[in-house]
Each structure stands twice: as C-alpha cells, then as structure tokens.
Design a protein around this ligand. Structure first.
Ligand code: DC
Length: 226
C-alpha cells in the first residue's frame, strides 16, 4: 500500500492527540506529536537558564538541544540530549511558556525541518499533529484535518487530563487555554490556522470514538482513490 501523510491541526483540548494516536495505530502508520517538540525545546531553555522572554536569546541557542521523537503511536517518546523529557514537558511552567518560545522564527525553522525529516522517513506514512502542519510543515499532505470544539468542551477535557497531576479548576483552565490559543493564532510565523483544503471536524458533541472513525474513513477514502 502507498504511504499516506495525514496532517491533524487544531487548538488544544480538541482531542487531537488521542485521535491522532488512535488513527495511526489503527492504520499502521507512524505518529508525530509536534507540540511535544516545541515543549521539549522550551523545557531545555528553562533548564538552561535562557530568558524565554528574550526572542534573540532563544534564537541564538535554539539549534543546541538534540531533540528526538519516537514515532510508535502505541508508545511515543520524546527526549532532549538523550534524556527522557516526556514528564517535564507537561508541567504547568512549560505549558505557560511554550507559546512564547514556539513563536520565535528560528525555533520554528529548526523544528519544521526536523518534522519534515521524520515525516519523509516514515515508510508506511505518518499522522502528524500540531498547529501548522497542513499550512506550513506538510502542505502537500494527503489528508488534512482541522479539529475544533467549543471552549467549554476543550477546558473540560483538559481539566480531566490534568486531574491528579496538578490540581486545577475549570475556569482557570479555560482562561489559560484561551490565552494560549490567542498567542498561537496571533503569532507572525506559521500561526495556528486551518489550511484551505483541510476538512474541519467540530468535536464538541462527538465521542472520541466517533472522531477517530471519521478521520479513519477520510484517510481510507483518500487511499482508495490514490
Ligand atoms: O499540542 P500542545 O498543546 O502540546 O502544543 C504546545 C504548544 O506548542 C502550543 O501552545 C503551540 C506550539 N505548537 C506550535 O506552535 N506548532 C505546532 N505545530 C505544534 C505546537
């Protein structure tokens, strides 16, 4: 079967990660979480004392950390300089700083190149999730999906994920989410955006199973017509 590239974009809390992993696993494709790469570079900046409010300081050092992503959808990994970063990249500190770091054009250029290399090495194809995959990273992707959901649904899902890890309340989660989306949508270089040829799926009233089925059907349809 020919290889297939699937781009899944959208704001946080739309079910992007769960959907992307499940679709990749079901179709035997690789999986890449591009948000984890931006989180990893942010974590490296913070642990190395780089002022993340200073874009030129970020730009100067952003090609230093070695970021590696494991692309098995059943066990995705992320490491920085050989150290497992999967835990530290999910802290509230990294989450609150990642938009600023990922807005720096030099960071985006470097991570985009990494993403393209990973995608072209995936023999059977890959599901790549992010914010600018369909518009900038892989504009020739075979299938492009843009997931959306109401702010309420997104905040509820995010709170559910955080439960037990970091105590949080729904209103604060909603505010933090809206703030991050505004920063990600408003930046100059490859902002969060729907590609003109992407299929928009509003997940507000859909179960995860329904979203997965919908995306799998779109990919299979594309494969059949290839
Ligand atoms: O998907 P996530 O919440 O883990 O992503 C973390 C941040 O990384 C997000 O706020 C914006 C940035 N990001 C990006 O700029 N471009 C991508 N393709 C993926 C994530």
């Amino acid at each position: 079967m020919e290889s297939v590239i699937v781009a899944i974009d959208g704001p946080s809390g739309t079910g992007k990660s769960s959907t992307s992993k499940a679709v990749a696993a079901e179709l035997g494709l690789s999986y890449l979480d591009t948000g984890a790469q931006y989180r990893a570079i942010t974590w490296w900046m913070l642990t190395n004392g780089i002022d993340v409010d200073d874009p030129s300081a970020i730009a100067t050092v952003c090609d230093k950390p070695v970021i590696e992503s494991g692309t098995d959808p059943l066990a995705p990994t992320i490491s920085v300089d050989g150290v497992d970063a999967s835990g530290p990249i999910r802290t509230r500190e990294v989450t609150s700083r990642v938009s600023a770091v990922s807005a720096v054009p030099e960071v985006r250029a470097r991570i985009t190149e990494l993403q393209r290399t990973i995608a072209s090495a995936a023999e059977k194809g890959i599901v790549v999730e992010g914010r600018d995959i369909g518009t900038t990273v892989l504009p020739a992707a075979d299938v492009k999906i843009f997931l959306t959901a109401s702010p309420e649904a997104r905040a509820a899902r995010r709170s559910g994920e955080l439960k037990g890890k970091e105590a949080t309340d729904l209103a604060a989660t909603r505010e933090a989410l809206i703030k991050r989306d505004a920063a990600d949508s408003g930046r100059k270089t490859s902002p969060l955006a729907k590609a003109d040829d992407a299929v928009e799926v509003d997940t507000t009233d859909l179960t995860l199973k329904q979203v997965i089925e919908c995306v799998v059907a779109l990919v299979e349809e594309k494969r059949a017509s290839k």
